[in-house]
Write a protein that binds this ligand. Structure first.
Ligand code: RIB
Ligand code: CA
Length: 319
């Protein structure tokens, strides 16, 4: 995980409410100088690409990060044609009905090329981090464009997969991001990228409640949007999962970049099924000689729930 210097960060996401809350958390730490959010790329997932892209722009503008560029990416998975979207959790606009049209434009339409360009260029002589919280389609395409991508990135944090009891959230056996593009998830997990995976095993333990949302100081723009997004998400989780709160999948992955003590990692070889009914299923195992030196991923299997909740809520509560 990062050292003392503010990390330079590229984010690939599919806003969606929890991606949006993640962007607000990152914006808070960007403004404080704990990290530099250099660019955001969008991928189809929770809602179609045109909406994930404009939602990323809308949220960054609301957070005051009007100069952080947004690039659009893959509209479909590598090898499938999806019609499924997570509208039940994110609403038709992807932001629980909170999207507003008054925002800036986007900066380009080839996310994978932009990821490779920025990785090759580096920033002030340093390698950027990549945080991916949607389907891994853009990341897989970037890998195909630049096979040496692993040497050009400081690290890659992926929100996705499920390895223990949760099994899955979009199918009983598959987590949404890996289910949406299993071929991309497999290519990324089998690559040489230095990946840290934040699976449902830890994200489903971090719940934000109505009381948390009500305690957020709504006097500032970003906090107002954060509180409204949380309220919408709680309503959707209550209806879909009978949960008394909402799950912070993507914000937890971002929080781990801000505070290394939130998650604890174990080295695992991660496989993703791409065939038949179980497509999107992910499993983590210890390395085997038959793996012939395949790179292990870091998989987070422990979370300090109190610390995670505090980090997320402090960031959303405003400066
Ligand atoms: O399974 C949860 C993940 O899928 C989150 O990233 C959510 O935003 C969706 O993309
Ligand atoms: Ca997401």
């Amino acid at each position: 995980m990062p050292g003392d210097e503010p990390i330079r960060l590229l984010v690939d996401c599919d806003p969606g409410i929890d991606d949006a809350i993640m962007l607000l958390l990152l914006a808070h730490h960007h403004r404080r100088g704990d990290l530099v959010l250099d660019a955001v790329t969008a991928v189809a997932g929770n809602v179609p690409l045109d909406k994930t892209t404009r939602n990323a722009r809308f949220v960054l503008d609301r957070a005051g990060l009007v100069d952080v560029p947004v690039y659009s990416g893959a509209a479909q998975p590598l090898a499938r044609r999806h019609t499924e979207q997570a509208v039940a959790f994110h609403g038709p606009d992807g932001l629980g009905g909170l999207y507003g049209p008054d925002h800036g434009g986007i900066d380009g339409g080839d996310a994978a090329v932009e990821i490779v360009r920025r990785a090759r260029a580096g920033v002030d002589g340093r390698r950027p981090w990549l945080l991916a919280t949607g389907a891994l389609t853009n990341v897989a395409i970037a890998l195909a464009l630049e096979p040496a991508l692993a040497d050009l990135l400081e690290g890659v944090v992926v929100m996705g997969g499920a390895f223990g009891a949760p099994g899955g959230n979009w199918r009983p056996w598959a987590e949404y991001n890996f289910y949406f593009d299993p071929e991309a998830a497999r290519r990324v997990c089998e690559s040489t990228l230095p990946i840290s995976i934040v699976p449902l095993d830890v994200t489903e333990r971090v719940v934000i409640t109505e009381a948390d949302a009500e305690a957020i100081d709504r006097r500032q723009g970003p906090s107002q949007l954060a509180a409204d997004l949380l309220t919408q998400s709680i309503e959707n989780h209550r209806r879909q999962m009978h949960l008394d709160g909402c799950l912070m999948h993507d914000p937890l992955a971002a929080a781990a970049l801000v505070d290394e003590s939130i998650l604890r990692w174990v080295p695992r070889v991660v496989d993703v099924c791409t065939e038949g009914e179980l497509a999107g299923h992910s499993f983590a195992r210890t390395a085997h000689h038959a793996d012939r030196g395949r790179r292990e991923s870091h998989v987070a299997l422990y979370v300090d729930v109190d610390r995670a909740r505090a980090t997320i809520l402090n960031a959303l509560g405003g400066d």
